[in-house]
Design a protein around this ligand. Sequence first.
Ligand code: P1T
Length: 379
Amino acid sequence: MKFNTKTIHGGQEHDKAYGSVMPPIYQTSTYAQSTPGGHKGYEYSRTHNPTRNALEKSFASIENGNHGLAFGSGLAAIDAVIKLLKPGDEVISTNDLYGGTYRLFTKIYEAFGIKFHFIGMENASKIEMYINKNTKLIWVETPTNPMLNIIDLEAVSKIAKKYEVLLAADNTFATPYLQKPLDLGADIVMHSATKYLGGHSDVVMGALVVKEKELADKLYFIQNASGAVCGPQDSFLVLRGIKTLHVRMQRHCENGRAIAAYLEQHPKIEKVYWPGLKTHPNHDIAKAQMKDFGGMLSFTTKGNSYEASIRIVEKLKIFTLAESLGGVESLSGHPASMTHASIPKEEREKTGVIDSLIRLSVGIEDIDDLISDLDQALL
Ligand code: P1T
């Protein structure tokens, strides 16, 4: 089955009771048993729920994996991955990553004795310098949030396999429409399904997909034992969102390309970060591992003024100033004071998250309206 068919049918079957085309929302916490253990495969909704299971099968299908898991948020999904580790273990992570992921790693898990190395992975060979006998996991975001750095997943996976270290890829920005980390050698793919998979800014959810049964069983155990699952109503909404992922992504990419070109020639703009630009340092890797370049981009303005950037995001009308990304509507954000405020200033500035940086999640509105909006805000 091709990707554009998998988004609609992958892992899905019609409801057995009445043939409903969409799975019913099984809004139930528990299931009747005829005798202890005598049930129809479902006993308690933290463990299993038919609507969530339908979504988990869809996750697995679109990422070319075998096992999908849905969580109450993207961070809950990341939390489940880190729970595979024990005190003394070490993780090597991209240094540019979502501020909440950084906060989870440093403020929660460092206290439990897990050590994190945050490094630039634009040159994958640098990872080997940080590997030792305690290294258990490499955590990669690509494209990274918010600098849109590109990491060569195939090159990182070769290193992970050589040293028998797990490789997890946060595929939130790319989505499986653009890139499939499991096919490139990752062991775990993770999503904030809150973003493009849901696609309509109405749900908070996380996802994991893996190929190996043994790894899936460990993660299912954590999902049930820790209990950070999502509800059936939200599962239904994300399943519905995934059905249009491919058409939405096509338009996100088209609009992203047009806005990157517009910003690049604007006299007030210092730098544009979008992997589709030939000037992007890892453009060739992006071209090789992604189908297109997505709708996320960041830019800085000349003079690096905090106040000037705040004025721009306040003036934008169609681009709503808000946290999050990946919905049909365009959003703007100021990473230094919003999504990445939990990263210390010295750390974030090392990766390029300076005061004038503005991040755009380019939606699927008419491109002329989006460009007019930027035009008036940049005046
Ligand atoms: O918000 P949540 O569903 O828990 O997902 C966390 C997360 C994980 N990974 C990436 C790459 C993310 O971008 C996020 C969430 N990001 C935002 C809310 C944001 O505005 O960047």
